[in-house]
Design a protein around this ligand. Structure first.
Ligand code: 5GP
Length: 186
């Protein structure tokens, strides 16, 4: 399906940890017509993260139960934790001009691509490896082992960027947000 034939109300945003995807989504959702899906995860909450706002934090057994009940449109394991997008809000997205964003990893995005080829797929990149690693370190929420794991995962994820409709380099946050707003015409 060519990009200009795509319906623009479901938008999938992926990008390595440290690409600035979360900051970009936070900016995009300041627009009242942009909503973001709240994922389930088995990862433990980071300082400041709020249950039901950042994620629905669940135990692995509860997550697996939801998988068995077909409650996710996609789910994937990322650096040892499970993440999944609940099916309900995605199927409820209406054609009223609102935009619904899924910020998910590439494995999850590949699953959604099979079910929703009409969605718009955007991949966010850091300008270079050094910046990516520095951003991961600056977070100070994770130890070195996790940072290195995420850096290696990032290198793999970058390979998948060719499957996306758009690739946006996040050097300056404002510019990246503007570029995506132009893509989505918001
Ligand atoms: P974090 O632990 O940093 O919040 O997220 C780790 C990775 O999981 C990020 O790439 C994030 O986009 C991805 N992620 C968050 N929610 C979901 C989800 O529902 N499904 C999938 N497949 N990945 C997700």
């Amino acid at each position: 399906m060519s990009v200009d034939k795509k319906s623009s109300n479901l938008v999938i945003i992926s990008g390595p940890s440290g690409s600035g995807k979360t900051s970009i989504c936070n900016e995009l959702t300041k627009c009242p017509k942009v909503k973001q899906s709240i994922s389930y995860t088995t990862r433990k909450p980071r300082d400041g993260e709020i249950e039901g706002v950042d994620y629905c934090f669940v135990e692995r057994s509860e997550f697996e139960k939801l998988v068995n009940e077909d409650k996710f449109i996609e789910h994937a394991e990322y650096c040892g934790n499970l993440y999944g997008t609940p099916v309900g809000p995605v199927s409820d997205v209406s054609d009223d001009g609102s935009i619904f964003i899924l910020a998910i990893d590439v494995k999850g995005a590949m699953q959604v691509m099979k079910k929703r080829p009409d969605a718009i797929y955007i991949f966010i990149m850091a300008p270079d490896d050094e910046t990516l690693k520095q951003r991961l370190k600056n977070r100070l929420t994770e130890d070195d082992e996790i940072i290195n794991k995420r850096f290696l995962a990032a290198k793999e994820e970058m390979e998948a960027s060719k499957h996306y409709d758009y690739c946006v380099i996040n050097d300056r946050l404002d510019d990246a947000v503007k570029e995506i707003e132009e893509i989505l015409q918001i």
